[in-house]
Ligand binder design. Sequence first.
Ligand SMILES: [Zn+2]
Length: 491
Amino acid sequence: MSQPFDLLVRDTLVLDGTGSPGVRRDVAVLRDRIARVADSGSLTPAARALIDGRRLALAPGFIDVHTHDDFALLLHPEMGFKVLGGVTTCIVGNCGMGAAPFRQPPLFALLLHLEGLPGTWEGYAGYSERLEDEPPSVNVGFLVGHGSIRAGAMGGAKRAPNTAEMDAMRALLREGLEAGALGYSSGLLYEPGRNAATDELVELARELVPFSGLYATHMRDESTRLLDSVREAIEIGERAGVPVQISHHKASGRDAWGLVRESIRVIDDARLRGVDVHTDQYPYTAGSTVLSAVLNGAFGRFSGAPVVIASSPARPDREGRSIADIASELGLPELEGAQRIADDDPATTIVGHSMCEEDVQTVMRHSVTMIGSDGIPTLGRKPHPRLWGTFARILGRYVRELGVLRLEEAVHRMTGLPAKKFGLEDRGVVREGALADLVLFDPAVVVDRGTFEEPEVPPIGVTHVLVNGTFVVRDGAHTGARPGRVLHRSR
Ligand SMILES: [Zn+2]
């Protein structure tokens, strides 16, 4: 008699993460791995836990490839805003903003986490150790932030690095890669990353090669110069010989709408030349960022609809109000009003409806688009609802209601595709021997519920979530378990 399983899910619709259509199976878990995947009804119910899977679909846990949870993982280790939506792995360190070097608390952490910072650490090795000592409920893969290492090497200098500074940046990057980083990210809209020329980014990307790391980028311009930005991202990957991940692919601002049809063509051409380039997306027409970061000329892209304050810890009375409204109260034109609001509280974050629905769907249909929430974890305020709802919104609104993607394709973009791109071995797939990061959801019901007025609401229809074989969500409720691990790239 074989040993009993820890969990048996009977007769469920298995979406295995490869993009193949769902098939009904029994799935058994033993310790942290998937022990058996077999015909429905063929596995004996000798298991410590039994789930009737008839109304549910079972998929690999969702991989959120674009997050800013570097500090939230330690401050809010249960990560309810992720696991209650089926996310089992977060990739942190995006948009050039990483968790090290950490002599000076990184600006973004100070802006997002008024509740305080979780102490300090030495380098990415120190960060990784902290996560191992105080594990969160989700797995974590981290990227080195270009803006962070640039600030570490040369402060906020608005010029090219000299040789010594370039060496210092390279050393900081290598430290991160040796500590297990999956690659490095840039934030070329933001200070200090926007001061980097293409050559600097190529030089650094060459350091990724022996580690099989990838280059992820928040590009210089996601508006009318979108195509130049995409070409720059591809050039960096091509010259350095590394894979590229274009973050939150979109055309921002009315004048740029429609450009994604051309950026997709640029990406497809590069792929035909053999460049390994992918993108990610959050499924909303509204973006969100730090207000002060877009006052250098990018504010105008938020055209057509009100720009609303998402969080302002120094002026909480302004949260949820539009900038136009506050500006007129101050007797100022909108742009000057925005400047005053940023001066009053540099930590102000905004939500603005800068994209169009047609572009969102065009990008989503592109076969190389993965899903990344880009959620900003300013808990207790008015974060963009993508923080909680991204994955359920894809499954509910874009798969079930609008038919933009087939269910198995959507799951592939959230699981198998990112696992392969980021080198996460034995994840993102439902097969015997793979690690048991699993989500069980009701495809007839699953959908996001958060709104811009009330964003902090978990989705419905996500029933059970396992991370490394342990329930973190059971019957829709967080179990309190924190079985997350730090994931390194398989070479
Ligand atoms: Zn970004």
